[in-house]
Design a protein around this ligand. Structure first.
Ligand code: NAD
Ligand code: ZN
Length: 589
């Protein structure tokens, strides 16, 4: 009944569970009149149980005894931050291949800190190779006699999903000594030979067991309401180390030297355009078991591709890599960030497309751009195409730990590609500078990059080397500018093109921007001048042969990018950018 952000904890837990829409029914089972009344008064459903029960499972067993149900999930009343993902995971266990062997399912979290591993308040669990629980304990299990064997420790999380028979059985079985000694209720199942399947969930929600937890929870609630996507204040990370200048790439071995962990390789992900470039390959000094992987950029990076690379690395090496080094354009830079993150976060990259979904820091990662414009070298996102959407892994863990900016590396870029990727930078600036999220921070970076772009693409007084160095810095500043604001109309629409037609980001932006005089009149005119000056052909009529379904998907993808529209058109964007309006624009392109 304690207050959590204006509502009792139990009401918050009830509402959060209901809001997942995963259950046919949600009840609070309680022996307290006060809790019962509170839930009913708030329009919820509660069930009174008798007072004396040894544990929550017994209480729930009493409540469901005469209900016609197959699976019952026990969410503890003091877990208001229970995530939908976690609940989906315990339910999914009953659809797996070994479902008929499973009596109940529960969750566990990877833990690394010895303080937590040895804390008796954190219940540890060991599992077999199929994630069936073998034992739960308040002691550290296993005992790390050989410190060189790397084992994963798991902490048990108090969410259970039962088959009804298993729950009813439990109710009747007397407590045995192991459970009594550890005071851990699920040990009773193991003592009676039941099978508990564990799913891994690394989303750390706060559990409220003590008054201090409640204070932390109230604080977290306040913070989460101010870290929304387009909040007023952002506390975002920046690349902590960057080296710049012609020839700076040669410094890489000395930069990496003290990051190397014994036996753990560095993995280089390199654009395959460098496959035959001897001069470049000579400079890559691979040591010990370091590995070089060439990446094709025929298509932009996909979640699946990230998953495969991560799986292969994990299969080949016993130890997590010392570092991931991405060398290439936006495609490879984003891929390398994603690989670094997925090495330490379980599941598929597709699970993390969105804002702040990753829970663990990635492996040390270094970004080395070989073409300028995307700003992927500074940004807080790694854009991927997944099974359902094209969206980045946006998180504080995403930015590179180290960036090497050597303008010499961009020497071989073909002219068209130079233009398209360069225009990504120009369009980042235009969208940031004309957006409603703009503030002095974004503006200062945006204006600098915008001026550099005009100098590079509209004057003839720069040498090649100067132009390459300046574009590299424009890319960086353009990326910094959108860190505190957002992109806009061209990017939202370009994502739609790219999802449905596979159009590359840079070209897609140009195809779209060419027709956006209604939104960015002055800058579309400048853009057309640049196109003319460099004799670039922008593809036309790319949407003329779309099926109705493709057009609808394209519109869905574009409209799903809410923060981009809010930035471009303000709070009222939905009335301005209707489906019809988007279709009309797409048909012009
Ligand atoms: P890219 O990485 O796909 O590279 C474009 C082409 O240039 C490729 O064919 C590549 O082989 C070639 N290339 C790169 N360096 C070269 C060199 N030195 N010499 C010769 N050829 C070279 O394209 P891009 O425009 O840099 O990046 C696009 C990607 O970046 C997209 O996937 C997009 O989603 C992403 N992006 C990410 C962010 C971010 O903040 N993370 C921002 C914008 C775009
Ligand atoms: Zn872009």
């Amino acid at each position: 009944m304690q207050d959590l952000g204006g509502k009792p904890v139990i009401v918050r837990t009830y509402e959060a569970t209901k809001a997942t829409k995963l259950f046919d029914e949600v009840y609070v089972v309680t022996d307290s009149d006060i809790i019962f009344n509170e839930i009913e008064l708030n329009g919820g459903k509660a069930i009174m149980s008798k007072k004396e029960h040894d544990c929550g499972s017994d209480r729930i067993a009493e409540a469901v005894e005469h209900m016609d149900v197959d699976i019952i999930v026990n969410v503890q009343g003091d877990e208001p931050f229970t995530s939908k993902l976690g609940l989906e995971q315990v339910l999914a266990v009953f659809n797996g291949a070994d479902a008929d062997k499973i009596d109940l399912a529960s969750l566990m979290t990877e833990i690394y800190d010895w303080k937590e591993i040895s804390d008796p308040n954190a219940v540890k669990v060991v599992v077999d190779k199929n994630n069936f629980a073998q034992y739960f304990s308040r002691s550290p299990i296993p005992y790390p006699r050989d410190k060189n064997v790397s084992v994963q420790y798991y902490k048990h999380k108090g969410i259970y999903a039962f088959r009804k028979e298993a729950l009813m059985d439990f109710h009747k079985l007397p407590m045995r000594a192991l459970e009594a000694a550890e005071k851990i209720e699920c040990i009773r199942y193991l003592e009676y030979g039941k099978n508990i399947k564990m799913a891994i969930n690394n989303n750390e929600g706060i559990e409220i067991d003590t008054p201090e937890d409640l204070i932390r929870a109230n604080r977290a609630l306040k913070e989460s309401s101010t870290t929304a996507v387009n909040n007023k204040y952002r506390n975002f990370p920046m690349v902590p180390k960057v080296i710049f200048g012609q020839g700076s790439f040669d410094q890489l071995p000395s930069i990496l030297a003290d990051k190397r962990k014994e036996q753990a390789p560095f993995i280089y992900l390199v654009d395959d355009v460098f496959k035959k470039n001897e001069a470049f390959l000579d400079k890559l000094t691979l040591r010990f078991n370091d590995k070089l992987l060439f990446v094709s950029t025929l298509e932009e990076p996909k979640t699946e591709q990230v998953d495969t690379i991560v799986k292969n690395i994990k299969n080949e090496f016993t130890y997590l890599p010392s570092g991931i080094i991405g060398i290439g354009g936006g495609s490879v830079l984003d891929l390398a960030k994603a690989v670094s993150l997925l090495l330490t976060n379980k599941g598929s990259a597709a699970d993390y497309q969105g804002w702040d979904l990753l829970s663990n820091k990635g492996v040390y990662h270094v970004g080395i751009p070989t073409i300028s414009g995307t700003g992927a070298e500074v940004s807080r996102t790694a854009i991927l195409t997944g099974p359902e959407k094209k969206l980045g892994l946006n998180s504080d863990f995403t930015p590179y730990d180290q960036v090497v900016l050597d303008p010499d590396l961009t020497q071989g870029v073909p002219k068209n590609q130079w233009f398209f990727t360069g225009m990504d930078c120009f369009i980042h600036c235009v969208e940031s500078l004309n957006g409603t999220f703009l503030n002095a921070f974004s503006e200062s970076y945006g204006e600098k990059a915008y001026d550099l772009c005009k100098e590079i693409f509209l004057t003839e007084n720069l040498s090649d080397a100067e132009s390459r160095a300046k574009l590299m810095m424009a890319s960086w500043h353009g990326g910094m500018s959108i860190a505190y604001s957002q992109v806009g109309v061209a990017h939202a629409m370009s994502y739609g093109l790219s999802y449905v037609l596979g159009t590359k980001h840079g070209v897609g932006n140009c195809i779209v921007f060419d027709h956006l005089h209604e939104y960015y009149p002055k800058d579309v005119a400048l853009f057309k001048e640049m196109v003319k000056m460099h004799n670039i052909t922008i593809p036309q009529n790319v949407c003329s042969n779309l099926t109705e379904d493709q057009m609808e998907t394209m519109i869905d993808i574009a409209l799903s990018l809410v923060p981009l529209w809010e930035n471009a058109l303000g709070d009222d964007w939905e009335n301005i950018m209707t489906r019809d309006k988007l279709k009309e624009l797409y048909l012009k392109m």
